[in-house]
Design a protein around this ligand. Structure first.
Ligand code: AMP
Ligand code: GLY
Length: 426
């Protein structure tokens, strides 16, 4: 097994994903000290919090030196795209997270398509467009439903999927307006349920976590606008037994090999966002970091100590790691969002009931009077495990029912279809 030289872990980020990572580190016997920056009040209960401008490589390096961190784990994509991992590695600090060059796999959808073409990875056919006229021609080529994506990072707001051609064109105009460098990717609509597979990579070796599913739309039955994610569950009872192997061999390994061939090996988590089509899994998107809210469900089932695993990846030792161990059963995460999310989240409302085990903080803050308040769109994550998906759902919704937050909303149907399957005993 990989020898742990870890004592202090510095975790960068503030969301529900980071709270889940922090919990896993806090439970890892090899971690003596956990520092989260900037963190959130939930993370503050299990770690030291420090302030940092997460997108500033020099500031993160300074903090890593100051805290004598043995391992830095970067949660969100923006610091990675800004070169935080490069700066840390330049100083000889072990970092879990890809270089800016490798993070382009998420930072530019056009670049991701180019990598996939070169690697022979199945994905939606697409055209990268720099003008309204090019986009109109591409929309006509693929027909409805239309899929239009901002080429660059857009914090989950860059994609529109619609059968309304005018709405698709309005999105094109909004993305292209005011900046000559901007581009949109117009692509073929992929038919089939979605799955997320997180692949831990050290530049050469790669280890998959359990597959999960995310619920992107704001309302029940996948209605309403896309969000950052309203809930998730893991594992997926409806995929074939060889699903993970298929994705590793047909998607993850060829993509990682192509990035290595380009001189930009990927060290971190390659998030494979997939549509499971009749022809097999096809890539909807890659991200260069853990998914939120899927990570919260996946990590609830991971028994292998997380810091050791990520340290092995950061130090090119993944080949020496023993097979991952998972708790039996399933996990469900239900997101509690503030009033008005995603269009115009109302913040500042008081929160009660967030202190139970399994309630992870995402958009919360402590007010001057010590009360917990909503500070973002996705406020809390209610995460629970169970022998079956049905039981995990029941446990997660019990946590939800304990929460009071004026005007909040959540979906009632997270994992409902999968839990209703006759084989829900996995
Ligand atoms: P993305 O930001 O690329 O993950 O896109 C957000 C969401 O839009 C995805 O989770 C899918 O639900 C949907 N989507 C994106 N691309 C496609 C596609 N080619 N076909 C069908 N749905 C898509
Ligand atoms: N769950 C979607 C994302 O993290 O991008």
């Amino acid at each position: 097994m990989h020898k742990l030289g870890i004592v202090r872990v510095l975790l960068i980020g503030t969301g529900g994903r980071e709270h889940a990572l922090a919990l896993a580190f806090a439970q890892d016997p090899s971690v003596d000290e956990l520092i989260c920056a900037p963190g959130n009040p939930g993370m503050g209960a299990i770690a030291k919090l420090r302030n940092v401008v997460a997108d500033d490589p020099a500031a993160v390096c300074e903090l890593a030196v100051d805290t004598r961190a043995d391992l830095v784990v970067v949660g969100p994509e923006a610091p990675l795209v800004a070169g935080v991992a490069d700066a840390l590695r330049d100083q000889g600090i072990a970092c879990f997270g890809p270089s800016a060059a490798a993070a382009r796999i998420e930072g530019s959808k056009d670049y991701a398509k180019d990598v996939m073409r070169a690697a022979g990875v199945a994905t939606a056919a697409s055209v990268t467009c720099h003008s309204q006229a090019e986009a109109e021609a591409a929309l006509d080529r693929f027909g409805p439903p239309h899929v239009v994506k901002d080429d660059g990072l857009a914090a989950g707001k860059g994609v529109i999927v619609t059968s309304d051609r005018e709405a698709a064109l309005a999105h094109v105009a909004a993305v292209l307006s005011g900046n000559d460098d901007r581009a949109v990717v117009v692509e073929e609509f992929l038919e089939g349920p979605e799955a997320s597979l997180f692949v831990i990579a050290d530049g050469d070796d790669a280890v998959p976590l359990l597959p999960a599913q995310d619920f992107k739309r704001v309302a029940n039955n996948d209605e309403g606008p896309n969000t950052g994610g309203m809930g998730a569950y893991a594992p997926l009872p409806w995929v074939d037994e060889d699903f993970v192997d298929t994705v590793m061999e047909s998607v993850a390994r060829p993509t990682l090999a192509e990035l290595r061939r380009r001189g930009t090996p990927f060290n971190g988590v390659l998030y494979c966002g997939l549509a499971v089509t009749r022809q097999g899994p096809k890539v909807i998107e890659f991200n260069c970091r853990f998914g939120d809210p899927e990570t919260q469900a996946v990590l609830a089932l991971l028994e292998t100590p997380l810091a050791g695993l990520l340290h092995a990846a950061a130090t090119h030792e993944l080949g020496n790691v023993e097979p991952l161990r998972w708790r039996p059963g399933c996990a469900v995460n239900v997101v509690v969002a503030s009033q008005g999310y995603p269009a115009a989240p109302v913040t500042g409302q008081r929160i009660h009931g967030a202190d139970l085990d399994g309630v992870l903080h995402a958009g919360t803050t402590l007010a001057a009077d010590g009360s917990l308040r909503a500070s973002g769109g996705r406020v809390l994550n209610c995460v629970a495990a169970g022998e079956t998906l049905a039981k995990a759902r029941e446990n997660a919704y019990k946590l939800v029912s304990n929460i009071t937050l004026e005007g909040c909303h959540y979906r009632d149907d997270i994992a409902a279809d999968a839990a209703g399957r006759p084989d829900d005993a996995s």
